[in-house]
Design a binder for this molecule. Structure first.
Ligand code: ADP
Length: 266
């Protein structure tokens, strides 16, 4: 009996080891696949703006004297815009590594959300040409403990997405209010929205919902970085679907600081 049991145990152990080997092999294959998808995606995101820069700069070098002023300005704008895109992408990659290594140290102070929204909006209007916006932020909203640079970057990412995925000229709304101990902020658009099964996954690194989204410039990094930033400041960020019509809603919740921050806003 002992021998039989020992044999059975040996077989069981061997099976477990085999299963573990198979699991390990599967994991390694999945890691390889992810690594190569990551490299393809990063190379693509670096190559696209670089190709545009090289094209515009090459044309300028060859034909500048013969070109009308407007054409020269347009080519130069392409060089600047695409360089900015590259710059943002590289900054995003660096932010991502800082978040993942836990080296993110927000520089927090007390700030009025309306001011941060104002800065993010004017940047979005200038850089991405965001047009139709509606902002409703009460002037007596409590101040928040936040890093204004990080918070503005999150809002900019959300506005950038709204501009990218919603039809041109549709309305983007930003609202803020208080709810128990929280300041709640909504960024809402009139685009296709996010399918229910993807509402959580859009915050994963490099996750993009639609095949078609690959044609819009993007990296699948914006939302995961945004979540990293907001969580580093003690808040939460989630995505929902609009109930009244199609469109995405992003909700940021930030705790209201315990101390009375500023009599003007408290
Ligand atoms: P990126 O926009 O660079 O792809 P993000 O992390 O910002 O990366 O977004 C991840 C994905 O979530 C997008 O690729 C898109 O599929 C989806 N998404 C984000 N914002 C919106 C939005 N406002 N409307 C519809 N889909 C969105």
């Amino acid at each position: 009996l002992f021998d039989a049991l020992a044999d059975q145990a040996a077989v069981a152990i061997e099976r477990t080891q085999l299963a573990a080997d198979v699991d390990r092999a599967k994991l390694a294959a999945e890691a390889d696949r992810l690594r190569s998808a990551l490299l393809t995606s990063i190379s693509h995101d670096l190559k696209t703006p670089l190709a545009a820069i090289l094209g515009a700069a090459g044309t300028l070098k060859e034909f500048a004297p013969a070109l009308p002023d407007e054409a020269r300005v347009e080519l130069l704008s392409t060089v600047i815009d695409e360089s900015e895109r590259l710059n943002r992408f590289i900054a995003n990659l660096l932010d991502m590594t800082r978040i993942e290594s836990g080296a993110m140290e927000p520089n927090v102070g007390l700030h009025y959300v309306g001011d941060i929204v104002g800065t993010a909006l004017s940047r979005a209007k200038k850089i991405i040409g965001l047009r139709k916006t509606e902002v409703a932020i009460p002037p007596d909203l409590p101040m928040l403990r936040a890093d204004p640079v990080l918070f503005e970057q999150v809002l900019f990412n959300l506005l950038d997405n709204a501009a990218k995925y919603a039809p041109e000229g549709s309305l983007v709304r930003i609202r803020a209010w208080t709810d128990a101990g929280w300041v709640v902020l909504h960024v809402m658009d009139e685009g296709p929205g996010i399918p229910a099964e993807d509402l959580e996954r859009v915050f994963d690194t490099f996750y993009r919902v639609r095949k078609g989204d690959q044609v819009t410039a993007g990296t699948g990094l914006g939302l995961s970085i945004s979540r990293g930033f907001i969580e580093a400041m003690g808040g939460t960020i989630t995505a929902e679907r609009r109930a009244d019509r199609s469109g995405a809603i992003f909700t940021i919740r930030m705790p209201i600081p315990k101390e009375t921050p500023n009599p003007e806003y408290s």
